[in-house]
Design a protein around this ligand. Structure first.
Ligand code: ADP
Ligand code: MG
Length: 216
């Protein structure tokens, strides 16, 4: 069972938008997908409760319930679990990072946002969980994207597809949909698919490397 934990202590980084969209993408890719809402503010839960679609499933979860919930997700045959976490809760969701097969750090392309992600990076590095940055809400002009790429790539992997600042993300979210469900032809839908595929392939490559090491 893959566990992708979306984390960044900075509020507004785009965690919930990414978590909800990637969870829908997981279901669309045919994976039995569970979204775990670990944020006491429960934004993902409110989005999910107003949906008509049956997938992905979501559970809201207190910190001390996480391990039990992950164990029961495994028993129920979930193939992908995506965990949306709170901003300013520091180490409270450390188990979600420790248990993750991949940690994802959404980060807006500004110096302040890149700096604000550093404490989160330190926490992840201590757990040895593989991680990558997804640059979010990029303006369509200017050097911000390239500068953020340059600075974040000195710290860790950076997904080659960012999310651009697009109305479709806000509109889809307001209608309790993913961007693909809202408008499959919107460029945002292509971004989410590319990000999903990128994480999936990075993780598969990591698994192969670990397997080769174990066998060799
Ligand atoms: N790519 C994007 N384009 C436009 N708006 C976005 C994008 N990603 C996120 N947002 C908006 O940014 C705000 C913060 O996103 P959110 O996912 O709630 O952040 P977090 O969960 O990290 O606090 C929300 O209003 C959301 O709709
Ligand atoms: Mg959130």
């Amino acid at each position: 069972m893959k566990i992708w934990t979306i984390t960044n202590q900075k509020g507004g980084a785009g965690k919930t938008v990414l978590a909800t969209n990637l969870a829908v993408e997981g279901s669309r890719a045919g994976l039995k997908t569970l979204l775990i809402d670990l944020d006491p503010q429960q934004s993902a839960t409110k989005w999910w409760e107003a949906r008509d679609a049956e997938t992905p499933l979501l559970i809201k979860c207190l910190y001390n319930q996480l391990i039990d919930n992950l164990n029961s997700a495994q028993q129920q045959g979930f193939e992908l679990v995506i965990i949306d976490t709170a901003g300013r809760e520091g180490l409270k969701h450390i188990e979600a990072i420790e248990r993750a097969t991949f940690a994802i750090i959404p980060c807006q392309p500004s110096l302040d946002d890149c700096r604000s992600a550093l404490p989160t990076v330190d926490i992840i590095k201590n757990t040895k969980t593989p991680f990558a940055f997804i640059i979010t809400r990029c303006p369509s002009s200017g050097d911000d994207l390239q500068e953020a790429r340059n600075s974040l790539s000195t710290i860790g992997l950076v997904c080659n597809t960012p999310t651009m600042e697009r109305k479709c993300y806000k509109r889809a979210y307001a209608e309790n949909l993913s961007v693909c469900e809202y408008d499959a032809n919107d460029k945002g839908a292509g971004e989410i698919k590319a990000i999903f595929d990128w994480i999936h392939s990075k993780e598969s490559r990591l698994e192969n490397t670990q397997l080769t090491r174990a066998v060799g």
